[in-house]
Design a binder for this molecule. Sequence first.
Ligand code: N01
Length: 531
Amino acid sequence: MTDRNPLDVLVIGAGFAGLYAIYLLREAGFSVLAAERGSDVGGTWYWNRYPGARCDVESLQYSYSFDDELQQEWEWTERYAAQPEILKYAGHVADRFQLRPLIQFETNVESMRFDEKDEIWHVLTNVGTYRARFVIAATGCLSTTNLPDFLGLDQFEGDTYHTGRWPHEDVNFSGQRVGIIGTGSSAVQAIPVIAKEAKALTIFQRTPNYSIPAHNQPLDVESQQYAKDHYPELREAAQKERSGILSIFPPNEDLAQEANDEEFRSRMDERWAYGGFGFYRAYGDILIDPNSNERVAEYVRSHIAATVTDPATAALLSPDNTIACKRPCLDTQYYETFNKDHVTLVDISTTGIERITRNGVSANGTEFKFDALVFATGFDAMTGSLLKMNISGRNGATLGSEWAAGPRTFLGLGVPNFPNLFTVTGPGSPSVLTNMIMAIEQHVEWIRDCLVYMRENEQTTIEATEQAADDWVEHVNTVADQTLYPSCNSWYLGANIPGKTRIFMPLIGYPAYAEKCAEVAASEYSGFTLS
Ligand code: N01
């Protein structure tokens, strides 16, 4: 493959973004290939196979909208699809649109460099070098795992797993003593399932998380048929939602601070009983007003106290930080699992993990012995996968040094000094605060339109301007600062990775963002330099 004729476009990644990019660009007449480090399609759903993995966005929304026959023919089986079903869907899309011949699997990008003279990207992989006029990084926001540098990490003699890099073979915890570190979304999904199999399960919790019930269930025929009959209206209505996610409850901007106790309780009860992220849209000020936020937080704490029978465990599981400023969790029997005799919660909020030992984990001065250890310690979100590719652009500028003070993009799509490089759902775009597939479709269509425009206008390079990127970073943070999002140590801020610059990375609010992207395109790409 080394040094073939330059491609028009190299796409990096064959998850939902990469698949759609190669499909659209092939249809638009570009020569395009995708380099994918896994041995199959699916991206995040290829790697995150841990027990209990499923999507927190409902399956009738977490699906492509671009092809009506696809959305009419595909049958989802559950309200929230489990990982195997989503992976099957990604595989179906790849087959249905004959995308596999365009994907080079087990191909990991090691570095890439822009040749200014020839206006060509040279992309070095483990299997050779690609040359391409444009590169689309469809590398995902949560695809570089975070494995903290625990003392003694390599000494443990049992089996170790990371939720984000789960083996493809069956893992059987029957009869085993299992330890799990972390209590984010992945752990909240995995803990109830692992607890059903393991002889004993010990959870090491540094920070408790708020979780609300998913109320997953088999998808009934009527709901699925209703969605199929109304997809155009439903997808359009979702685009008007801040998160791009529709709830069965009508959107409202009522203020929790103005609701009396009875109204408040009844509205929250209704949403708790229904489950899902619509809970957080009950009032317009949950992520704006600290008192309203605390009211909702206290409501969730009251459920934890009512569910967990041991008051000391319930207290440890009860967060006291701002609710929903970290990515909220949805669960199936998470808090109930702590009532099982063989499940133990260990609070490591003050001392952390002391070390990993040959036999297990040392914390709070005690050694806990395990047969298997699960790291549910998350990801180097939003920038990890981009920085890992050792990208150098104009005048040898490296992405690592350009982003030392945090990621700097225009619209989360383009980066100054890195011409002809597009980032799908990059930092600075709503991405992780939305339904990702919707955000992916919007970005990929924007990029396709841009490339078609350039072809029609005989332009060969596009690059975000310094000014546009500086203004955009400021805008993203100004919007975030009007909310409570920056008030806790979330991965949205990079706060989960030691040494990572603390800056709010995603943009809050999908509709205004999509409008801005359309305006930029309509103004012949103002904020970008084309030549
Ligand atoms: O990762 P996380 P995740 N010592 O970063 C703890 C998406 N997702 O994989 O909070 C001890 O949320 C850390 O503790 P703390 C979703 O967007 C989607 O669970 O930093 N503990 C935390 O408890 C989600 O937000 C779905 O104090 C350490 C945990 O590890 C994102 O992926 C399903 C530690 C990490 O939690 C990430 O979720 C699952 C240390 N040194 C996930 N370092 C869907 O449904 C970290 N921790 C689509």
